[in-house]
Design a protein. Structure first.
Length: 294
């Protein structure tokens, strides 16, 4: 296949340089593909060529490449014949949330709170082609891994997830049943009242298993993300919430986020494979950039 022929088939591509993961989305011959690799230092021409090559794309075969996230501004405006197009991360996240939900027309115009749960958490209000960063939290996947190193002796998210599924968060947390002997409002008796509160009691002299610690840790991170997002959505008039990020590959975290949505009667959408959404948003912006992001 000649370079000319390949260019006709490779319509567009985008890279999201996250702090933990680098994600690529490409539309080749009408087919959408995505792949990723762990963060491996600041981007440069060599790393860009390598990650595109992992998906079978030659950088030289692209007229334009959208880039966003992390330290993408370190890249020059051009590699050879390929124009490097920086996309504001706020816009990329917002458009990615809309795209992964396949929103169009009036549905796309309705405000959506897009939570990007990466190493930290960013909250973007998306409405049509308008995108605004409205809130966020320093709590995210980086928090989970940092505390897992201290509490569990591991940085492996798969191990953390498996431990959490096998554990009981109330082995370390205090539930409403422990604190006020029952439910309150829409929250059931086994809902969390105090994260890690059981360990803070002077009367506690026992040990907590690694699975229980893992469950309490993932619960803490997921609840923080969920509650911050729900409150921001209500404050900014968004009836629809979508949560993005590789963290959603952790089954227990999805369970907790689902409970937060249920308890607070909120439409919290948890897509399958949402880790590529920001790269997808950058690619969408490459072809039809939105006029407003801040």
């Amino acid at each position: 296949m000649t370079a000319r022929t390949q260019r006709q088939h490779t319509v567009e591509a985008a890279i999201d340089f996250g702090i933990s993961n680098t994600d690529v989305v490409a539309r080749i011959d009408g087919e959408l593909r995505h792949w990723n690799q762990p963060y491996d230092g600041d981007p440069d021409e060599e790393s860009v060529r390598a990650i595109l090559g992992a998906g079978g794309i030659d950088l030289a075969d692209l007229d334009r490449l959208a880039v966003t996230g992390g330290r993408h501004k370190l890249l020059p405006p051009q590699f050879g014949r390929t124009q490097i197009v920086p996309i504001n991360e706020v816009q990329a996240i917002g458009r990615g949330g809309q795209a992964i939900l396949h929103l169009a027309g009036a549905d796309r115009a309705e405000p959506t709170m897009v939570a990007s749960a990466g190493s930290g958490t960013a909250l973007i209000k998306a409405a049509g082609d308008s995108y605004a960063h409205v809130s966020g939290s320093g709590v995210g996947g980086g928090t989970m891994l940092g505390l897992a190193r201290l509490l569990l002796g591991t940085l492996d998210p798969v191990e953390i997830g498996e431990l959490a599924l096998a554990g009981d968060r109330n082995g370390a947390d205090l539930s409403l049943a422990d604190v006020i002997t029952g439910p309150i409002g829409s929250l059931p008796a086994d809902a969390t009242a105090v994260n890690f509160g059981r360990l803070g009691r002077r009367s506690f002299h026992g040990e907590v298993s690694r699975p229980d610690l893992a469950a309490a840790l993932v619960n803490l991170v997921a609840q923080t993300i969920g509650l911050v997002t729900v409150n921001a959505a209500k404050a900014y008039g968004c009836e629809r919430i979508v949560v993005l990020g590789h963290m959603l590959g952790m089954a227990y975290l999805r369970q907790v986020l689902g409970l937060v949505g249920k308890y607070y009667a909120t439409s919290m959408i948890l897509p399958q494979s949402p880790g590529c959404a920001t790269a997808l948003g950058a690619m969408e912006a490459l072809t039809s950039p939105g006029p407003a992001n801040r």
